[in-house]
Write a protein that binds this ligand. Sequence first.
Ligand code: EPU
Length: 421
Amino acid sequence: MDKLLIRGGRPLRGEIRISGAKNAALPELCAALLTDEPVTLQNIPRLQDVATMLKLIRNMGAKAEFSNDGTVVIDSKELHFPEAPYEMVKTMRASVLALGPLLARFGEATVSLPGGCAIGARPVDQHIKGLQKMGAEIVIEHGYMIARLPAGQKRLKGAHIRTDMITVTGTENFMMAAALAEGETILENPAQEPEITDLGDMLNAMGAKVEGHGTGRIRIVGVEKLRGATHKVVADRIECGTFLCAVAATGGDVVLKDGRADHLGAVIDLLRAAGAEVEPRKDGIRVSADKRLEAQSFRTTEYPGFPTDMQAQFMALNCIAEGDSKITETIFENRFMHVSELMRMGARIDVDGKVAVTHGAEKLSGAMVMATDLRASASLVIAGLVADGETLVDRIYHLDRGYEQMENKLRVLGADIERVK
Ligand code: EPU
């Protein structure tokens, strides 16, 4: 199993490019299943989760070519197996994004229930209820969601959908399903993340009629057929935010090319309050810090609030900043698994339910630590970059799921980091 060996203490300096967003690429690869014409997606990041999604759609019968320049061409004309088997879904929950498109185009879909996950229970009940409102018949059998249209019905029907909580992949499933449904669908409290906006833009390029994506109300008028299109995946705001924190924590000075400051408002506000300089530029973001930062309290919320996917990384920064911080995780019930690993490096953190309180330490000390999920891994890397001595991060397959070439990018910026077997 690969590990990352980091010798801490070097400020990051230089320039790197931010990759395409994992959480936009995954629904967009599924959206390509909505048409029998070829779809070209540019700026697809080379990640384990993307590889899993490509395997999933190829397993259904779609053709998908991934070129070296980050372009994927998907041809799902001959799709003969509208199913997402357990073996794949269990390794990547985002496989549930196949449900909406398959049901909308073929009138049937069989998708494994994802089961539990390191950061929380993460049920998909809202996806099921929403699609049922659009007329789907869904039964759970042998661990699978088996969805189909009522006998004699050719298309899903537009509906008004208000979910019990805001859900990102749920919103995406409804948008994709509604794009080919009969009539109008209104999503009353949709997620507003930039990945939702990007998916809506892609669907519109395919001939869909989606409006209001990125706001608190999305309206979709279904069309009978969607066509092929070319779409460029938006930059990854979480990768960008992770590097912002890493640079600020190490006291460096870096330009993150293609990074979108307009998608990171809550994170940037907090970094500035902590004492970092963040300068939005036409083609990216420059970030620097030249003194010890001040710890900042925050609570995670849906976009445009502070993202849960940045909580662990900002906590690592708070651990070596001056003063105390109170971090409240409101999206997932079990997303503090990095805490005990950070504490092995000398961080001082108290956890009580969904609240973690950090007490800034002057220094962290390198240690052997274990990654437990994707963003937890990133927080351990940040801690390793600022710690004294060597840090060995184990189980970095979590990191490989969602960060493209992280150690290479960090090495370009001057970090002493290597992958060891
Ligand atoms: N929820 C339900 N029932 C549902 C759907 C959601 O109870 O049917 C709950 C979840 O358990 C959670 C909350 O609602 O407590 C929000 O979950 P959401 O559905 O928004 O999460 P998701 O769509 O499964 C996406 C990202 C996650 C990110 C969350 C929150 C993708 C592929 N995944 O997950 O990304 O943390 O939104 O922003 O877009 C990551 O990249 O590391 C990651 C975990």
